[in-house]
Design a protein around this ligand. Structure first.
Ligand SMILES: [Zn+2]
Length: 271
């Protein structure tokens, strides 16, 4: 067994508690046992759930020992944290996304979905509409090939007539994608409202909307690209969940010309 570099060290002790620094090792393969008389070691605890465990270890004249301990002394408190440095999404893109969601909700009474990309070369956001199959409560889509300068940073989808809280399906989908997730809800007779979360390394951070969305959006931009509308295919629940049923997409019906409508006025949250 092997102990490697003591890359983790005790946090700064208060002056009155200053002691000789205790070595802190990470146990990695191939493992070696350090010769220090006393040290701490972080290792895989080997339980049914993967969990790192800290051991207090000794090289005593009569024995070698390692005993799990909850918290080694001298460690500073730390909790999961996120400091965002991302630029704000321009309000015009929010208006366009909302216009698209409303168009699809009116046509199909269904959710719809957009990808949020950042063009590293031009330093600006883009909305991408993937081909998607939608129902009232879920969306299936494939991420298209993106230009190399496009960084996929998030997604935006709608909950027609529902609240903006992430559903169990949303949370399951988000576990595999380290991104910002924006959900707009369109309850009847009320302005839309939004919920934003960032999922990093499987951890979900609630994010205040005005930390990612530029303020100032007030109207729906219903003249969305026709290609966006054409990429949305309404499915029944059975078609959505049975692969055998998804060979053909149903007719969209209706008209894609939603530009005539201005939509109801609404007030954006926080504006
Ligand atoms: Zn959802």
């Amino acid at each position: 067994m092997a102990m490697q570099d003591n890359t983790l060290k005790p946090g700064p002790a208060r002056r009155s508690e200053a002691k000789p620094e205790t070595p802190f090792y990470l146990k990695r393969e191939p493992a070696q046992w350090p010769r220090d008389a006393f040290f701490y070691m972080l290792a895989d605890g080997g339980g049914s759930r993967p969990e790192a465990v800290v051991y207090r270890c000794r090289n005593h004249p009569w024995f070698e020992s390692s005993v799990p301990v909850p918290v080694p002394p001298g460690l500073a408190l730390h909790r999961a944290s996120l400091k965002a440095h991302w630029p704000l999404v321009p309000y015009r893109l929010t208006e366009l996304a909302l216009g698209f969601f409303v168009r699809i909700a009116r046509m199909y009474n269904a959710e719809s979905f957009l990808l949020l990309c950042y063009d590293r070369r031009k330093s600006r956001y883009h909305l991408i509409c993937p081909v998607q199959r939608v129902t009232y409560s879920s969306v299936k889509y494939e991420v298209p090939d993106l230009p190399p300068e496009f960084m996929l940073v998030g997604d935006i989808h709608s909950h027609p007539g529902d609240d903006a809280g992430a559903s169990i399906i949303d949370q399951w989908d988000e576990r595999s994608r380290a991104m910002v997730h924006i959900i707009w809800a369109f309850p009847r007779h009320h302005p839309p409202h939004v919920e934003v979360d960032a999922v990093i390394d499987g951890h979900r951070f609630p994010v205040a909307a005005d930390l990612i969305l530029e303020r100032g959006y007030r109207r729906l931009r219903l003249c969305v690209p026709t290609t966006w509308i054409d990429r949305v295919h309404k499915e029944t629940y059975r078609q959505h969940h049975d692969p055998e049923e998804t060979q053909t997409f149903p007719d969209k019906g209706g008209s894609n010309n939603g530009c005539q409508s201005t939509g109801r006025p609404w007030t954006a949250p926080g504006s």
